[in-house]
Write a protein that binds this ligand. Structure first.
Ligand code: SF4
Ligand code: MG
Length: 320
């Protein structure tokens, strides 16, 4: 199949500053050796607890922050090698939808200016054409041109997220990175926004990287799901397969926690106990070994490699 984006060994470590006088050698392992592939017109869900590195992944992919190591390919090009100016052109093709639409929209700007900003930056068309494009985008996301002269505070959370989506689509991107786009919305509104995102994906042949805290949030929208734990990709595969036959103990635990689905999985359900360890100097070997019920000696020292089986399902566990 046709690859849109691919990462190889993507790593991001932050130095830990523990006071101005100390030169700490400790590092936050936000992302470690992540190999991820996204095909054209595909929706990949990325899930994991807070601090697993999923938001860092989003920012590194957009090169809003620079990776410590590794390579990102986008549309056949190594974008990690591009300078700022060259990266500008790529940014047209990769857009971002944030968790909280209110904080990402400047409250002093009218909707028309907010949606037209990316078009203005790239000097797309004439002023009149840009205005026309904004009206069209408003309708595409289920709002109307009558909304163009209003301010963000005059809209509900769901409507603001629609404005955020219109803005992200303004430049006809190939990829949209959605960082928990519905988690700040009322449950009743979440489904509407998810349906809208799904319709737009089909209509414009988009690819999404869809980041969420929990597996249930990405279940229906994703073709494939990637599960992250403490900066590592631990399992990735077809959505349905991942839900019915999760292979990694961490994925099994996440699924066990979803009431109506947990019992249907073929794996033995278990409850996740203990806190997620700090990403500063994370556990050696398999990072999940401090919480895994199947830990053997080897897990404490040897890092399990992410291994892909014939059906394309990838798991990083010594026992699989
Ligand atoms: Fe558990 Fe070991 Fe597998 Fe890690 S490698 S998930 S500790 S069994
Ligand atoms: Mg986050």
């Amino acid at each position: 199949a046709d690859i849109l984006m691919k990462t190889e060994g993507l790593t991001k470590h932050y130095p830990v500053s523990s006071g101005i006088w100390s030169r700490s050698t400790q590092k936050v392992h936000a992302l470690d050796d992540v190999n991820l592939t996204l095909y054209r017109r595909e929706i990949v869900g990325v899930v994991g607890e807070s601090g697993c590195g999923k938001s860092t992944l989003a920012k590194v992919l957009l090169r809003l922050i620079e990776p410590t190591d590794g390579t990102i390919y986008f549309d056949g090009q190594n974008i990690t090698a591009l300078d700022r100016k060259q990266m500008q052109g790529i940014r047209r093709q990769m857009q971002f939808i944030f968790q909280d639409p209110f904080s990402s929209l400047n409250p002093r700007n009218k909707v028309i200016d907010l949606i037209s900003e990316p078009l203005d930056i790239f000097k797309v068309g004439t002023r009149k054409e840009r205005e026309q494009r904004v009206y069209e985008l408003l309708e595409t996301v289920g709002l109307s041109r009558n909304h163009a002269d209003r301010y963000p505070h005059q809209f509900s959370g769901g409507q603001r997220q629609r404005i955020g989506i219109a803005r992200a689509l303004a430049l006809n991107p190939k990829l949209v990175i959605c960082d928990e786009p519905v988690s700040a919305l009322d449950v009743s509104v979440q489904a509407q926004i998810l349906n809208l995102l799904q319709d737009l994906q089909e209509q414009f042949g988009l690819s999404y990287l869809f980041i969420a805290h929990g597996l249930d949030a990405v279940r229906h929208i994703s073709n494939r799901i990637a599960v992250m734990y403490l900066g590592k990709l631990v399992e990735m595969g077809d959505s349905e397969q991942l839900f019915t036959r999760p292979q990694h103990p961490y994925t099994q635990a996440l699924i066990s926690a979803i009431p109506e689905i947990g019992l249907k999985q073929e794996a033995k359900p278990f409850k996740l106990t203990g806190e997620i360890p700090s990403p500063i100097n994370p556990p050696a070997g398999c990072r999940f070994h401090t919480r895994c019920p199947y830990t053997v000696e080897r897990c404490k020292s040897e890092v399990p490699e992410l291994t892909t089986s014939e059906n394309g399902h990838a798991v990083a566990c010594h026992l699989v």
